[in-house]
Write a protein that binds this ligand. Structure first.
Ligand SMILES: *Cc1c(COP(=O)(O)O)cnc(C)c1O
Length: 429
């Protein structure tokens, strides 16, 4: 049913009746899928709640600490909550981890020594990791420290190249990195089940290889996480899913005690490890964000599915497509031109609560080798669990759309992106 009474207020935002009508038609067709997403959110809500209750989270956990941060109960309890929720022995959850790339860099450099090899069996990792690894020359890369790297691409149909992987596992292979989300590639995102199959295969060849999963954008999309299917470490950013939109900074590494201990020594200093690191008053946001994360992720997922259905029916290739099952919150839409990318991003920006009046332009972003356009009007700078869209200016001119703290805001953002494409004459409804 078309929400007739909503048309005037959406019109005031700049969304035409035609775009609204098209959107309502799509939204109505998605109700059964949205119900299934709500069921997963309920499951994950209970999982987070149980972990908080088990660890007796209390008002004292929200107290700010400064300086060294010895005996920081809030920080230590939060780490127990993450570990219990993700079913791992240990967790490192810190505002001192500045972003996802930092968390991944810590996990790598803590667990790889000179002479060791890092293997990616799922193709080239996320852009910013190229400099961490040394695929692109960079000071302080793993390569500079004598850690080598090899990779095996996915097969053209998106499946694992098991024979290729077997050949590339060498005596010096120490750590395998598996990226769950597609990142800025148009390969499929991996389901947790598939990640489990890959880990079982690798452990079957050599059980001492550390299997690490870059879990960015995947948390709470399914009922289980890669740590439930054998991953030794899962790693992510708190300004994505698990921060629930409230964490102002941070990253996490959950996994075996052996791996996480090393990460803590790398992050702070050998001998200090997890004992130092003041929480600086950020605990309420980190706890409350984690508490809200299952619901926020559900809203973002609905937005992603809505976007795929809006754009696929207009003839744009979408990855995942309109009907596929979901394993992360990212929606790639191949728009085919820089002009269309700019229009799409303008719409996302124009529907933001913050900085709605600015025009996103492509720029040379540190860590990326093509120009990148980014649209985000977020409460937390760079937060991509908030409504945002970005993409490198290169073939196939795909925008990666993600986030939305609420489904209703994601919906308005997508309608606005479509409006800008219509206004630019790039789409006819
Ligand atoms: C976002 C992301 C990263 C890097 O995280 P930043 O917080 O941007 O540094 C790494 N891997 C994947 C798959 C990501 O989506």
């Amino acid at each position: 049913m078309l929400q007739q009474e909503n048309l005037p207020i959406l019109g005031a935002l700049g969304i035409s009746d035609a775009v609204c009508r098209y959107g309502e038609q799509i939204a109505a067709s998605l109700r059964p899928r949205f119900d299934a997403i709500d069921e997963i959110a309920e499951y994950n809500q209970a999982k987070v709640l149980a972990a908080m209750q088990k660890n007796r989270v209390n008002a004292g956990c929200f107290a700010a600490t400064t300086g060294y941060g010895y005996n920081d109960v809030g920080r230590d309890t939060l780490e127990r909550v993450y570990a219990d929720c993700f079913h791992t022995e240990a967790a490192l959850v810190r505002p001192q981890i500045t972003c996802g790339t930092h968390a991944l860099a810590v996990a790598f450099s803590a667990n790889l020594l000179p002479g060791d090899e890092l293997l990616s069996p799922v193709g080239r990792p996320y852009d910013t990791l190229e400099e961490v690894i040394g695929i692109r020359e960079s000071a302080c890369s793993l390569k500079e420290y004598g850690v080598t790297y090899d990779e095996v691409a996915l097969l053209p149909d998106g499946s694992f190249d098991y024979e290729g992987i077997r050949r590339k596992i060498k005596p010096q292979t120490r750590l395998v990195t598996i990226q769950r989300s597609k990142g800025y590639a148009t390969r499929p995102t991996l389901s947790v089940q598939r990640i489990g199959e890959l880990i079982a295969f690798i452990k079957g060849i050599r059980s001492d290889i550390i299997c690490m999963v870059d879990n960015c954008y995947g948390e709470f999309v399914e009922r289980i996480e890669p740590s439930d299917v054998g991953a030794d470490m899962i790693v992510g950013s708190l300004i994505k899913n698990p921060g629930g939109g409230l964490a102002p900074i941070g990253g996490y590494i959950c996994g075996t005690k052996a791996c996480v201990d090393r990460c803590a020594y790398r992050l702070s200093a050998p001998g200090l490890g997890q004992e130092v690191g003041a929480n600086l008053g950020l605990m309420t946001a980190l706890y409350q964000g984690f508490f809200l994360a299952p619901t926020v992720v559900a809203g973002a997922l609905k937005g992603a599915i809505f976007a795929a259905n809006i754009y696929e029916r207009l003839g744009f290739r979408c990855v995942p497509n309109a009907t596929e099952s979901r394993h992360d919150i990212i929606q790639a839409v191949e728009l085919g031109s820089e002009e269309a990318m700019r229009a799409f991003c303008l719409g996302i920006q124009a529907s933001a609560p913050v900085d709605s009046y600015v025009t996103p332009l492509p720029w040379d972003m540190p860590g990326y080798d093509s120009q990148v356009i980014m649209a985000a009007g977020a409460f937390i700078q760079g937060s991509s669990i908030e409504l945002s869209a970005d993409g490198p200016i290169r073939e196939p001119y795909a925008v990666y759309f993600q986030g939305g703290l609420t489904w209703t805001h994601a919906k308005i953002g997508i309608l606005m992106s479509l409006q800008k494409l219509v206004d630019a004459g790039l789409v006819n409804l």
